[in-house]
Write a protein of this length. Sequence first.
Length: 597
Amino acid sequence: MNGLKRVSKYLSVYRKEAVSAPLFKLLEALMDLITPIIIANIINNGIGSNNQGLVISNFFILLLLAGLGMAFSFTAQYFSAKSSVGTVTLLRQALFDHIENLSYTELDKMGTDSLITRMTSDMNQVQNGLNLALRLLLRSPFIVFGSVIMAFTIDRKCAIIFLITVPILSLVIFSIMAASIPLYKKSQSLLDGLLKTTRENLTGVRVVRAFNKERDEVDEFDEGNENLTKMNEFVGRLSALMNPLTFAIINIATIILIYEGGLRVNAGRLSTGALVALYNYMAQIIVELIKLANLIININRSLASADRIDSVFRIESKMAYPEIGREGSVTGKKEDHESEDKNESETLKPDAVRFDHVSFRYDMSDEDALSDIDLSVKKGETVGIIGGTGSGKTSLINLIPRFYDVTKGALLVDGVNVKDYEKGRLIEKIGIVPQKAALFEGTIRDNLRIGRADASDEDIMKAISTAQAVNVIEAKEKGLDEMIEQGGRNLSGGQRQRLTIARALIRDPEILILDDSTSALDFATDLRLRQAILKLGITVFIVSERASSVISADKILVLDDGKVAGIGSHEELLKTSPVYREIYYSQFPEANEGGSR
């Protein structure tokens, strides 16, 4: 029930609407409860006594009750819609904010597909369930118990039938509810898996077709879809028992009521109008219990979805930050370091980045991804990081902006442990170009201003020039106002990479990280790009599997299976590092006099 508490927290913002909705529904229900009494009066005192005036006056009373009931119903619907939509809007925003604050470690565990399901399908289930609950959760029981009470005011003996029927119906309904709630949760989990398969196929459709694996993927999807269908069918059959069982019980009760009431009418102990009223109350119970049964099914789904949403809220980021303004915390702002830099003119400045015997292991792994990395990088140095696939290159540079926390050792930026920076301050010093060039739907200008919101067109063009992307802008009819489709689908791989580099440069970073972000560029453009970045005088990390991209770096770090296999310049590594020699000569065999060694 943690999910219910979570929803209630945001529902309290719409307390007035949440109270008004069921209140107006109860007023509508009251109109329904009065109606059989009016009909009984028409039969007994109007038709029975041939009193047309009474019939007509009571007819207008029925019209008035119907009009009031409709008005109350519309008002209740308005308040319930406003409160349910508003509550889920707040809940969705809170969930999105929470997800944004999770570290890479937690995001890796949850998975993109599962989070998307919770943000969309589960949220919709909660909204629908909340809307129905506000309107019917009190109305239906009110009608049911109100009908029982009204039956006692008419005839106590016949009312016993109502008194026996309602508990039996309640037992059936709540038994089915108790059995179906866990199954709805399992159904949503199966939906997560199916969405994951779908997403993988849609994002990797080119790979699937390239290897002629369409049939295999279709079979995998069919299997997941069949499992989900079977589960939904089973839950559906279980829930479907509710209507026939409630109908059967109510119909049996109605037959008994008519039989007993008929006997009492013949005996003169019950009027015909009273029997009709009793039958109408029984009919109202039928309708309301059917509504209640369907409501409970929807509430079950909503509660299951609310618990799934709450499970994300319960995930707390293991990445702790110092409190803002706390003694010893670091803001990371440039102005905070300007005076320090002036005072250090005669003293040794701290390293831009220092890996102090750093080891790192992913949470879901049993082995270290990085082991005992010891590296010092001076300000303004260019560091190349090279190694085979899976050697830990990306894992290493992801530690610098603190996307992950080191497992052992310490990582220092500007002489300060990254864990001592206030939240958001460290990343302000760093420009990152990820391995996969990610652009968003919008104009080129909007995409680049993600790097710095207040950047002028002059700043943007300067960054574009450094990123060797001027020809990309000039080739577009609208220039910076050219629209980019989602993911940059209307751009080539090289164009996407250069624009993402420009986006990182526009924030004027002290440290620039290029994670294999020039793989789609030709060698000439790659060279011009590196030369342009070198003129900026900032600290640069270049991750690449191309030896040509790191050959001119001040320092090259060679990684092999998460361990340092060499540190030094190109010439030094050719002499001291077998791993580097193998990489370099495999790409430039002509440089290896005497052929392969």
